[in-house]
Design a protein around this ligand. Structure first.
Ligand code: PLP
Length: 315
């Protein structure tokens, strides 16, 4: 897509690579990441009243940018947030932020908050919604050099995933109390990656990742109570092309224990093998062949034209 098409926003272009540590968009201006500040009265901060999205840049191109912006705009609509920028303007801002960092591999975050109340008001309908964005070097949930070691996961026992009847998990959000509590539970049990169950005991997701199992040769991933991850979507697209059968439905804890392979998916790290569960090896304790194939295809897709949008790094 042409980043400048349909844009009325007057974007001052900074120097390419002048902010290699990261850059943010705050109140209509590009600032170095270390100077990025939000107002303390912004209810995104004080009420977690916002939605956000994270898109990756790999080898100088956004990956599935349109799908990420679709999800972001959908979330804004469901939360009744008014984005101050059009789709083309959002894309132009993101291109500019990546351009000034000069980063070829980046983590790109967009946030729309309910914003700041007018003096004396608590009525969210009166707040001025705000848009922020920032770009920092790419973030790995599981460092790349640990990809063959894989993730050490535990099933959280004292932390339940927040009910989708309370907070819609398909709207990407900062209600991370359960996910962060799950992380500490994992650390206390000598692992790093919790998997959270819902009130019915079905599998949901973890802090920043969806989960898949390979049971009787078919991929399984939870249908509801989770973020519809773009990496999850990509794995399902790739599985379809590879002729790997899959089911998107409720997944039981027992099925995690039956699985020959388990893996997690996230923009921050891609397809990551889960090689132990509650301290026991999954399969032979190494990434399995289906996981490895999907991981390789996932990264190969970052170099093809289908899902990539090259960043405009021109002066
Ligand atoms: N689940 C949760 C709760 C997340 O926060 C994320 C990403 O941050 C994911 C799943 C994975 O989504 P995606 O593949 O779009 O990065």
């Amino acid at each position: 897509m042409d980043a400048s098409a349909g844009t009325t926003l007057e974007l001052e272009r900074g120097k390419v690579g002048s902010l290699p540590g990261g850059a943010a968009w705050i109140e209509g201006a590009v600032v170095p990441i270390e100077e990025a500040r939000i107002p303390i009265t912004d209810t995104g901060f004080s009420r977690s009243d916002l939605t956000y999205d994270v898109v990756g840049v790999w080898k100088g191109a956004f990956f599935r940018l349109e799908e990420h912006l679709d999800r972001f705009e959908r979330g804004c609509g469901l939360l009744r947030l008014q984005l101050p920028y059009s789709r083309d303007e959002l894309a132009a801002i993101l291109h500019e932020l990546v351009r000034v960092t000069g980063l070829r591999e980046a983590y790109v975050d967009v946030i729309c908050t309910r914003g700041t109340p007018p003096p004396g008001s608590r009525d969210p309908r009166t707040f001025r919604n705000r848009f922020y964005a920032y770009v920092i070097p790419y973030v790995w949930l599981l460092p790349w050099d640990q990809r063959d070691e894989g993730m050490d996961a535990v099933i959280a026992r004292t932390t339940e995933r927040i009910s989708p009847r309370a907070v819609d998990p398909t709207v990407k959000n900062f209600h991370w109390g359960d996910l962060t509590k799950g992380l500490y539970e994992a650390y206390d049990r000598g692992a790093r990656f919790p998997l959270l169950l819902n009130a019915e005991g079905h599998v949901t997701e973890g802090p920043g990742y969806n989960v898949f199992g390979l049971v009787d040769g078919r991929l399984l991933t939870p249908v509801g109570g989770v973020l519809q991850g773009i990496t999850r979507r990509t794995v399902l697209d790739l599985a379809e092309r590879e002729g790997i059968g899959f089911d998107v439905r409720e997944v039981t804890e027992a099925e995690l224990w039956q699985a020959a392979e388990l893996f997690a998916t996230s923009t921050a790290g891609g397809v990551m093998a889960i090689t132990s569960l509650d301290g026991k090896p999954v399969g032979d304790g190494r990434p399995g062949p289906v996981t490895t194939r999907l991981r390789d295809l996932y990264w190969a897709a970052h170099e093809g034209p289908e899902w990539t949008t090259p960043v405009d790094y021109s002066e």
